[in-house]
Design a protein around this ligand. Sequence first.
Ligand code: EPZ
Length: 429
Amino acid sequence: MDKFVIRGGNPLLGSIRVSGAKNSALPCMAAAILTEDEVILENIPQVRDIETERKLLTSMGAEVELGYGRAQHRTSIRCAVLSDPVAKYEIVKTMRASSLVLGPLVARTGLARVAMPGGCAIGGRPIDLHIKGLEAMGARITQEHGYLEARADHLRGAHIVWEKISVTGTEDLLMAAVMAEGETVMENCAREPEVTDLATLLTAMGAKIEGAGTPTIRVRGVEKLHGARHRINPDRIEAGTFLIAGAITGGDLNVANCEPAHLGALLSKLELCGVRCDVNGDTIRVRSEGGLRAADISTEEYPGFPTDMQAQFMALVTQAEGTSVVAENIFENRFMHVQELIRMGANIRVDGRTAIIQGKTQLSSAAVMCSDLRASASLVLAALVAEGESILDRVYHIDRGYERIEEKLRSVGAQIRRLGEVFGKRAAS
Ligand code: EPZ
């Protein structure tokens, strides 16, 4: 199991570059299923979930090249023949976002078999609404032996009103609708930038889509889609994580190659905390001379405060004077980082889906356990400011969504090194 060793106390100084968004790349890779032509995606992050998606598409018969050369970070996908339209449990159990192949597989082949993803650390995360939407479009869906089977001779356009706002649900059905017969109108859609990024790719492939990024999306089905080349958005959650890293360490950090327009909710909360953020094109300079102030957050769908930044923000406010209240409204169990932060000296009380943080507390280093992607990022942030040397175990959770995080942080002064295997080879650091 890979571990990180982090010695706290260094302010982060310099410039750190944000990678492409994992949560854009995953649906965009799945979109390649919709055409026999080559789809080329640039600015792909080198993270574990992308490797998992490559395995998944290859297992179905796709040809997938993945290159991380200095200039590249790109993938070429060609689904000329999908000999085995099945998303197998061995792969799906390692990445729930595998359910994103459901819609495109039914749209392309009329048949999809996708292992039910099962729950995960942060909650049950059902896909019942994905299923309801596909049935409304004429798919016949059965569940057996832990697999969903969806069949449809030809999907037809439908009027769908999402009971809950679902990011991958919106993406899944968007991909199902682009070649359906007639028009599909979806209301109460997710407005996340990742949905808009996917719609931009699909449009480049020949789809007719209006309203992506708004609650109502209209799709006019077309006969066929063709290949395209697309550059993936910068990762707004990685960018937000590095902004907090600069703030929590009392540093002066340039977070480069990001999209500030996607970070509005976080930037306004950081300002409330007394953190200085200056936007200059695709770079945000974050400074904090200490003296952080408490602030409350309540997670909401985009453009509200993102649930994927909740754990990282909680680490920050352990260092703020006063009482901060964190309400997690999206997932039922997204406080896995709380106990570990308490073990490092944080003063946090949980009441249902609300956490009350009393700051400022001096954190002390500890051996801690990573659980899910963003809880793990929260522990990295806490260790960067804790007194002494912390050991973080099971950092493969972090590798799922952060590209070479230890190298990026070390390049701006963090004392962090990895112990153990890295993607199958001996870690240099
Ligand atoms: C996406 O997950 C992201 N993953 C998550 O990021 C992110 O936390 C989440 O959106 C919320 O922003 C990807 O994009 C790959 P949802 P998703 O469907 O689509 C309920 C990370 O850290 N729901 O928007 O699975 C669900 O249980 C990951 O990068 C249903 O009840 O989330 C949740 O309470 C973690 N039935 C709420 O809706 C459904 O059919 C929102 O979930 C679908 C969802």
